[in-house]
Design a protein around this ligand. Structure first.
Ligand SMILES: [Fe+2]
Length: 368
């Protein structure tokens, strides 16, 4: 389901120069902030409430596409940033954006079979931070939680090409990114789409409406013997019998299509996976997930600060629970640790004041 806008002013786009000028080189560093909890208009605070906008679609379907959360001109700039990132990777390893024959692992950062870049401190590339602080993206999440005090995940990006010769097969991996014994809405996941993403262009596939059956499903499947292994409790993989259960309920797997700059949101309870593109266009996106800072402990904030300062990535959970330490995920090239992987971005990001708040660091209270 596609919604028309976030109901907030998103601007009409601007040049890269304007964007850079708007971001101070030395942003004001606020400290000692107190987080306001979600307000009375937060999603699911009143289940009977009709919002009259994209939130109704999100509640009903478990996902929504918010059009032009990033204005088209800036989305094009981010596409250029991402392609330049690949062309300059480790000093330039041979990838050229206009030469499909260079879409080979030897020319690129290591990506897993799903298209995720998990090494190289990629989560802290400047364009990742700029996208996180995009007004339309931020406004979508402040509308969901009805508070301005939010923390963002240090998620990565996804890059996939059609007809890639040397990629491992990307077999569907249907899952929920939420503990199977927690059934209420807890987290909104998001991605900002970069290339035109039509029916054959791969990307996110969701099981429409299945978030509403989470409790019923997990009560039935609690004791299944062939559970899919997970490194984190905040994840559940659907087995063949689980998929059959969803099908018997008449639920449908759908592919949300999106234009550059559209923000796709999905409830962490919504089963999902991704597919590689089979058309003409690559599929690029960055993941952006936010949650209320009032849900996060001071200890988690301090972990998140450490992760920010050391350019560590996280899963989609904004809380500091799932920080990925160096070496925890394989970044192997020809069977060996990738020699280009320093776990650091090309340059430390310069974050705006808005993005600085999203790190959660200004909300750390000084010890008495
Ligand atoms: Fe996921």
């Amino acid at each position: 389901m596609v919604a028309n806008g976030t109901g907030v002013e998103m601007g009409t786009g601007g040049t890269r120069d304007l964007q850079t000028k708007a971001m101070p080189a030395q942003p004001t560093r606020v400290t000692g902030l107190t987080a306001k909890p979600p307000g009375p208009n937060a999603l699911y605070s009143n289940i009977d409430k009709v919002h009259g906008d994209w939130r109704d679609d999100l509640i009903r379907d478990g996902y929504v596409v918010i059009k032009s959360a990033v204005p088209a001109e800036r989305a094009a700039n981010y596409r250029d940033d991402m392609l330049s990132y690949l062309e300059t990777f480790a000093g330039g390893q041979g990838f050229k954006r206009d030469d499909p024959t260079t879409v080979l692992e030897k020319h690129l950062p290591i990506m897993n079979e799903k298209g995720m870049i998990l090494g190289y401190g990629a989560q802290h590339e400047q364009f990742c931070w700029d996208i996180r602080a995009e007004p339309g993206v931020l406004n979508a999440f402040t509308t969901i939680y009805d508070t301005d005090d939010l923390m963002v995940s240090f998620d990565s990006m996804n890059m996939q090409w059609p007809n890639r010769k040397d990629a491992q097969p990307n077999t569907p991996w249907p899952h929920q990114d939420q503990h199977p014994e927690t059934w209420n809405f807890r987290c909104m996941q998001g991605l900002v789409n970069i290339f035109p993403n039509g029916a054959n262009d791969g990307g996110l596939i969701v099981c429409k409406g299945a978030h509403k059956l989470t409790e019923e499903f997990h009560n039935e499947f609690r004791d299944e013997v062939d559970k899919v292994w997970s490194w984190t409790p905040e994840w559940y993989g659907f087995t063949k019998s689980g998929m059959e259960w969803l099908e018997k309920k008449g639920l449908e797997w759908v592919k949300p299509c999106a234009e550059p700059g559209d923000l796709i949101l999905w409830d962490s309870r919504t089963p999902h996976y991704n597919l590689p593109p089979t058309g003409e266009s690559p599929r690029f996106c960055t993941y952006v997930c936010m949650g209320p800072l009032s849900d996060i402990s001071q200890e988690q904030l301090r972990l998140k600060k450490e992760a920010f300062e050391n350019c560590r990535g996280t899963t989609h959970w904004p809380q500091g629970l799932n920080i990925i330490p160096p070496g925890a995920v394989p970044v192997k090239r020809n069977g060996e640790e990738c020699p280009h992987n320093t776990w650091q971005p090309r340059k430390k990001p310069v974050v705006s004041e808005l993005a600085w708040k999203l790190t959660g660091i200004p909300y750390i209270q000084t010890e008495a």
